[in-house]
Ligand binder design. Sequence first.
Ligand code: HEM
Length: 413
Amino acid sequence: MNTVTDDGYLDLFDHDSFASGVPHNTFARLRSEDPLSWTEGDESAKGFWNLTRYADINLANKESQIFTSARGIRIEDQSHEEYMARRTFQETDGAEHAMVRRKVNPNFSSKAMAGFEPLIRELASDIVSKAVAQSEFDVVGAIAKQLPMLMLGRILGVPDEDLEWLVEKGDALIGNTDPEFTDHVVDKMDTSAYRMMPFRSPAGVELYDYAADLLHNRRPVAKDAILDVLLRDEDGLDELAFKNFFCLLVAAGNDTTRYSIAMALNLIAHDSQLLIQLKSGDYWDTCADEFIRLASPTMHFRRTATQDYELHGKTIKEGDKVLLWFVSGSRDEEIFSNPNEAILDRKPNRHLAFGQGGAHVCLGRYLAKLEVQLVLQELAKRVESIEPLEPPSWTRSNFICGVKRLNVRVTPA
Ligand code: HEM
């Protein structure tokens, strides 16, 4: 049962501060009173600066020469050796980053994703029909988890029968602070044996092995899927870069969309007006962005200052870690009216959930938005009401936030 109370002063370093959901009171106070705040670390990771205002996050995200991704993107401190072993193109900048981004971009473009629309709709229709037939069920496991998992398989080009396993490993990577997802909770035990593996996780070892099988033709890959494109590229990624890219996609392409759909379902279950609005059909162009803004599941990514930098009367020192709290910027009251409300026709909606405004803006954003929109369309057709049977349970993590379980009762349409 969740017990954390957000009095506005929760510690952003402590994963337990997030175990009842995002501490929005703490972020609101920081935006208003202390826009460049410092959080102390411990022996596992040094302290860091927090950027919580929309304008500051945007500024740091644009200035990648001053706030670099190429020294790590999570709170954890890494030696240079660890960084080199685990880095993906997300942990590079400038020409090095652009070179990989150019290779993979076409497979994720809005045009490529539009081609997937009939398939996504078919999968969503099937998933929602099966779930609704049960009438009482965990909406995250039955709906929110299913569509991103199946689409990840199509995007990567791996067989459906491998997906449960891949998603379990992806959960263990990205949920490495939540005992429900891993036996190796990074802030509770010594994980140094896995320091050269993605997310310091033993699941990284298994994913590396799977990726090695792909590289050496011991596993099938669907033609023209992203992994096939990379494997056929003569001037492509070396073995380590390929393995790390594979782990990045398994981690990034899965939980983020799951928690965005879960947030939408959680809000709909707690506010019957939202389902009525969706059923009207007037909100399909805008609602996915609004639910993703409110979910903002990857709450922050880190940068590192490459030089001293003055902001709000304080000095960020060269080498300091700086967290861009997208989850806070997306609720900045200077930019968004009634920021905590779901306004399904919000326009413009320049939220930061995808890291917009920087070179690393999410590659999977068109896919994610389409999945959220289509699954809600299929749901709105099939249900008359959704009600929660108990409070939602949340991930324990200061990095990824989401509803991980929500039991509901639905009345079919
Ligand atoms: C609602 C769902 C999603 C959210 C909220 C989300 C969030 C983000 C954010 C905030 C970034 C920026 C990272 C930074 O600034 O360092 C990012 C980058 C990225 N995302 Fe997503 N993501 C989502 C879905 C996906 C999906 C479905 C995929 C792939 C299938 C994906 C793949 C990536 C990749 C590869 C990057 C790195 C891009 C780069 O460094 O150039 N994401 N995502």
